[in-house]
Design a protein around this ligand. Structure first.
Ligand SMILES: [Cu+2]
Length: 228
């Protein structure tokens, strides 16, 4: 899971003989330039009858997550027909970084534009129109993992490294990891279908969701003009 992402799943509650049930993060290989993300417990799971109770984590303590005894009804997906839509544009973007004497500069770049640190006074890097769908190929040209995130809308994952994803992986996201570049292979990439058919118009941002990178300006503006 990418930083800032969410997932829904159904779990059979542990039986009474289970002494300890935990949700455990695997180690994440963030790359030679990346952060340390070791395997570690995220939650202790306990059963407490009906209801949902996620206690706020306390430093040094693993929070408890109480499972409801029955699953509720779930709403239908919002993204009807996105998989079969005819995209109005194909764009290529990439993550890059450069080391400077004062630290690393982080960029998210539209392929034919110059790498630019985020500045809210700059014009949008991308302009589109409400009602459209677009396919974006996003590459990682650095030696650490990055997490592509966009505000307001979601996207459907179509391909990873040029290969179509399996139906079970073809999900709607607003944030997704792109693995680091090893230095020899083609750049790791994803292809996603952006959904601008919803109510959102105006300027908003897309950025890396690793907060250090976001805070160091790995971010840009997209403008969605109203249909009329
Ligand atoms: Cu990043």
């Amino acid at each position: 899971m990418a930083p800032g992402s969410r997932i829904e799943f159904v779990v059979a509650p542990p039986g009474p003989s289970v002494k300890k049930a935990q949700l455990i993060s695997r180690l994440v290989d963030t790359g030679p330039g990346g952060d340390l993300d070791p395997a570690r417990p995220l939650l202790n799971i306990v059963t407490k009858g009906v209801g949902l109770n996620l206690l706020a984590p306390t430093v040094g303590q693993t929070p408890e997550f109480a499972l409801p005894a029955t699953a509720g009804n779930y709403p239908k997906l919002r993204f009807e027909g996105l998989d079969t839509a005819n995209p109005n544009a194909l764009r290529k973007l990439y993550f890059s970084s450069t080391d400077t004497p004062s630290g690393t500069n982080f960029f998210i770049v539209v392929d034919d534009q110059a790498p630019t640190l985020f500045n809210p006074h700059l014009p949008p890097a991308i302009t589109t129109t409400q009602g459209s769908t677009e396919d974006w190929i996003i590459e990682n040209r650095t030696d650490e993992i990055h997490s592509f995130h966009i505000h307001q809308i979601h996207f459907l994952v179509l391909e990873q490294n040029g290969k179509p994803v399996s139906p079970s992986e073809a999900q709607y996201h607003d944030v997704i990891n792109i693995p680091y570049w090893t230095g020899t292979d083609p750049y790791p990439s994803i292809k996603v279908r952006m959904d601008f058919r919803g109510p959102y118009v105006g300027d908003f941002v897309y950025h890396c969701h690793i907060l250090e990178h976001e805070d160091k300006a790995m971010m840009a503006i997209i403008r969605v003009n109203p249909k009329n």
